[in-house]
Design a protein around this ligand. Structure first.
Ligand code: PHE
Length: 473
């Protein structure tokens, strides 16, 4: 059988950890806390949670089931579900092929920070100033390229080793380590307190309240919609859906494995880690930089604000910084592997190449794109205006095109294919295999979501990508 030569996860634990490894990444550790801080703390958390259990659950279930049912990677899976949707295979394989290189560029930045902290050289960051250090690093000639290549080579090495010996094994080591690190660091960060030069003492506890208690102040209808859209966008990215990854990993699961319970666990892990990341970052930045620091941090949170906080913690900051960036490194690596695997498996299925050759093809293409992205801060520096009004570099452009356009399009067409063309039964039947006769309790919810609610939400996200809701203010 075709399936056996492609490799399989040895069991549910391998599948859950590898898939959670894909889902848990920079989105959880950096983007989630920053959005939660911006969007009224507890209110964002509540909306996010409701969406995970409905929207996220539906998209993830559909894709994993497509993977297991067809037994192939995304490039061919859509065509096997329905001939007229074969083109969707190409788009959904193009997405990880574009994301992988720039994800590895950011992975390279993490390598630099993890290395600097681990060898005890964080003093260099502090002497230069966290902001200047970061800008100096990404705009330099050689270092970002080198770190990018290191990160991508480690990912490729794991993918070459295959599903069981590479991806599953690496996830079984890195994911438990990640869980221990994040729980340990979050407990430590709740014990922090600091008195600033004005004699004001702030405790982590107060920061935690900012994070957890819903802030309804100034929440108008339009603000609510913008929080909702932030949450939907975040969820999408965080669960790694609409980029062929869930189809790929689903295709490696055995027919007798219980997909429903695995999906519940994956969602729990992904949301749990995002929640804990917020519990670390929001109170810590609040203690040392106050509410203004939190508000001002934005996307530069991870590489600028956090090192500033670690600096103020003295020797503890060095240790915490090293542990934190190792944690981020594990999270980013397991996500990068899944991106590369989705492309590699499609090349193997379609062109019948050996795994090593297919991986090297992906590596070569990514090397080129990634190098251009790195140089986008240097010789190819351009200020590119994006439809949402911001200005970015090549990395931001690729990020925008994939996350705001391609992902919603793939997800929308997937919902239409399953909801209206192949019919939800095609997925529900697959899901019910291996559940030991247990009923699929969210079956009705799944049908309503995939046919109506998810497509509407996705169209709204697409419209927002072109800034069509700006009139809401
Ligand atoms: N889901 C990952 C995260 O939360 C991001 C990711 C995107 C992973 C694309 C793989 C592919 O960070």
């Amino acid at each position: 059988m075709e399936k056996n030569t492609r490799g399989n996860f040895t069991g549910n634990i391998g599948f859950v950890l590898a898939t959670a490894g894909s889902a848990i990444g920079l989105g959880n550790l950096w983007r989630f806390p920053y959005l939660a801080a911006k969007d009224g703390g507890g209110l964002f958390l509540l909306i996010y949670l409701a969406l995970v259990l409905t929207f996220g659950f539906t998209l993830m279930t559909a894709e994993i089931a497509i993977g297991r049912k067809t037994g192939v990677g995304p490039l061919q899976a859509y065509g096997r579900m329905n001939k007229s949707f074969g083109f969707l295979g190409w788009i959904s394989t193009a997405v990880p092929l574009i994301i992988f290189p720039y994800y590895c560029v950011i992975g390279g930045w993490i390598v630099e920070y993890a290395f600097t902290y681990t060898v005890g050289a964080a003093g260099n960051i502090y002497e230069t100033g966290a902001k200047d250090f970061f800008t100096g690093f990404i705009t330099s000639n050689i270092s970002p390229l080198l770190c990018f290549v290191i990160f991508m080579t480690i990912s490729a090495a794991i993918v070459i080793l295959g599903v069981e010996k590479g991806i599953e094994k690496a996830s079984k080591i890195m994911m438990p380590a990640l869980f221990i690190l994040i729980i340990g660091i979050s407990i430590y960060s709740l014990t922090l307190s600091h008195t600033d030069e004005n004699g004001v003492t702030r405790t982590a506890w107060d920061g935690l309240m900012i994070y957890l208690i819903p802030n309804f102040e100034g929440i108008s209808f339009s603000k609510f919609i913008s929080i909702l859209l932030d949450a939907v966008g975040q969820l999408f990215y965080s669960l790694s859906v609409a980029m062929g990854i869930m189809i790929t990993y689903g295709s490696y699961t055995k027919k007798d494995s219980n997909l429903l319970s695995s999906i519940n666990q994956i969602e729990l892990f992904d949301t749990g880690v995002a929640f804990l990341a917020g519990m670390i970052i929001i109170p810590t930045v609040f203690v040392f930089q106050g509410a203004e620091g939190l508000a001002a941090s934005g996307p530069s949170l991870m590489f600028v604000s956090l090192p500033q906080v670690f600096e103020q913690m003295g020797i503890f900051g060095h240790v915490l910084g090293a542990l934190f960036f190792i944690l981020v490194f594990f999270a980013a690596l397991t996500s990068a592997i899944s991106l590369m695997e989705a492309v590699t498996t499609s090349i193997i299925d379609r062109f019948h190449l050996k795994r090593i050759t297919a991986t090297l093809v992906c590596y070569a293409i990514s090397l080129l794109i990634g190098a251009v992205v790195c140089l986008g801060y240097n010789v190819f520096y351009l200020d590119i205006p994006l439809p949402n009004g911001s200005v970015g570099q090549i990395l931001d452009l690729l990020d925008y095109v994939t996350n705001n356009l391609m992902l919603p399009i793939v997800a929308l067409l997937t919902c239409i294919m399953i909801g209206w063309v192949c019919k939800p039964k095609s997925v529900l039947d697959e899901i019910s295999i291996g559940t030991d006769g247990k009923k699929f309790r969210r079956e009705k919810l799944f049908v309503v979501m995939i046919k109506f609610v998810a497509p509407v939400l996705l169209v709204v996200i697409l419209l927002q990508a072109f800034n069509l809701f700006s009139f809401l203010g």
